[in-house]
Design a binder for this molecule. Structure first.
Ligand SMILES: NC(=O)C1=CN([C@@H]2O[C@H](COP(=O)(O)OP(=O)(O)OC[C@H]3O[C@@H](n4cnc5c(N)ncnc54)[C@H](OP(=O)(O)O)[C@@H]3O)[C@@H](O)[C@H]2O)C=CC1
Ligand SMILES: O=C(O)[C@@H]1CCC=N1
Length: 278
C-alpha cells in the first residue's frame, strides 16, 4: 500500500533529509514518489536530487494536490506562514503531518480547512539508517486508517509508537533531541580515549561500538539496564570505580535535567509560535 503513495515534504532540511533518506535507503518508497520543496535554497534541492534521486522542486512548481501525504518539516517559527500557504492548496483527503517540535495538532487544525486530518510526528535523525524511534499522535479528524498509514510510513525508518499528545513534549526531550545527548557522550569518550593515546578513528570506533553494544543488549535481551549494569560491575572492580565518578558528578541527574529542559523548551516553542497573526 505504501509503495504507491506520494509523499510531499515541505521543508527540506536535516530532518526531512533523514526521513527521505531512510525511506529511500530502506526501499520502502520509490524515490520518484518523494517530492521535496523548500523556501529558497536551490543548491540544497540539487543536492537532494543527486544524493537520493527524489524529486526536489521550488514550491511554486509543486503540485500539492498530487500528494497523498504532506509532511511539514520547517522550523517551528515558520509553521504559521507554511500552514497559511498550504491552506488554499490542500485537498480534504490529504493527511497533513508535521515533525515540528512543540507545534500542536490544534494549531494546525486552527489554520487548515475544517476537518483536515492532521498528525503530529516526532522522529529523530537516526531515521537516515532506519533506526529512529518515532512518536505519532492524531488530531481531531484523524481515523484509525490514517494512523495506520502514518505507522506504516514511519516504520520504514525505525520503530513507531502512538502516544497521547500530552506526552509529545517529553518524548521530544527524550527521543527527538536524544541522539544529540548520546553524541555528546560519545564526543567525551572519544576525547578521553584520544588523550590516553588512541588515534581519532580507533577512539571513535571504541566509543560508538560500546554505546551501540549496550543499547542492543537492552533491546535484544529485554533485560533492564539496571540488571545489565550490575552484571558488568564487579565488587571493588574497575566499573565500580567508574560509576562512583559518574555518581559523584551527578551524571544521572544531568540526563534527567537535559530531558526536562528539552521538554520545557518544546512547550515554550508552542507558546512562542502558536499565534495566528493574520
Ligand atoms: N533536526 C532534528 O534532529 C529534528 C528536527 N525536528 C523538527 O524538524 C523541523 C525541521 O528541522 P531541521 O530539518 O533541523 O531544520 P532545517 O533548518 O535544516 O530545515 C528547515 C527547512 O524548512 C524550509 N522552509 C522554511 N520555511 C518554509 C516554508 N514556508 N515553505 C517551505 N519550506 C520552508 C527551509 O528552506 P530554505 O533552506 O530554503 O530556507 C529548510 O529546507 C523542525 O521543526 C524541528 O523541530 C524534529 C525531530 C528531530
Ligand atoms: O532541536 C530541536 O528543536 C529539534 C527538535 C528535536 C530535535 N531537534
Amino acid at each position: 500500500m505504501l509503495k504507491t503513495k506520494k509523499v510531499l515534504f515541505i521543508g527540506a532540511g536535516s530532518m526531512a533529509e533523514a526521513i527521505a533518506a531512510g525511506m529511500v535507503n530502506q526501499e520502502k518508497l520509490p524515490p520518484s514518489n518523494i517530492v521535496m520543496t523548500n523556501k529558497q535554497n536551490d543548491q540544497r534541492r540539487i543536492e537532494l536530487m543527486k544524493n537520493y534521486k527524489v524529486v526536489a522542486l521550488p514550491y511554486s512548481e509543486v503540485q500539492v494536490q498530487e500528494a497523498d501525504l504532506i509532511i511539514l518539516a520547517m522550523k517551528p517559527k515558520d509553521a504559521e506562514t507554511a500552514l497559511i500557504e498550504l491552506k488554499p492548496k490542500v485537498k480534504a483527503d490529504q493527511i497533513v503531518m508535521s515533525v515540528l517540535a512543540g507545534i500542536s495538532t490544534g494549531f494546525m487544525e486552527e489554520i487548515l480547512p475544517e476537518g483536515q486530518p492532521v498528525i503530529r510526528i516526532m522522529p529523530n535523525t537516526s531515521s537516515t539508517i532506519g533506526e529512529s524511534i518515532t512518536a505519532i499522535t492524531g488530531g481531531q479528524s484523524v481515523s484509525m486508517e490514517h494512523i495506520e498509514l502514518a505507522k506504516e510510513l514511519f516504520s520504514a525508518i525505525g520503530r513507531v509508537k502512538v502516544i497521547d499528545e500530552e506526552q509529545m513534549d517529553v518524548f521530544t526531550g527524550i527521543a527527538g533531541s536524544g541522539p544529540a545527548y548520546i553524541y555528546y557522550v560519545l564526543e567525551h569518550i572519544e576525547k578521553t580515549a584520544q588523550a590516553e593515546g588512541f588515534d581519532e578513528d580507533l577512539a571513535r570506533e571504541i566509543a560508538a561500538q560500546t554505546v551501540f553494544g549496550a543499547s542492543k543488549m537492552v533491546l535484544d535481551t529485554q533485560a533492564s539496564p539496571e540488571s545489565l549494569r550490575k552484571k558488568v560491575t564487579s565488587p571493588n572492580g574497575t566499573t565500580a570505580a567508574g560509576l562512583k565518578a559518574l555518581k559523584e558528578n551527578k551524571a544521572g541527574q544531568a540526563f534527567a535535567e537535559a530531558i526536562l529542559s528539552a521538554k520545557e523548551r518544546s512547550a515554550a516553542i508552542r507558546k512562542e509560535y502558536e499565534k495566528v497573526s493574520v
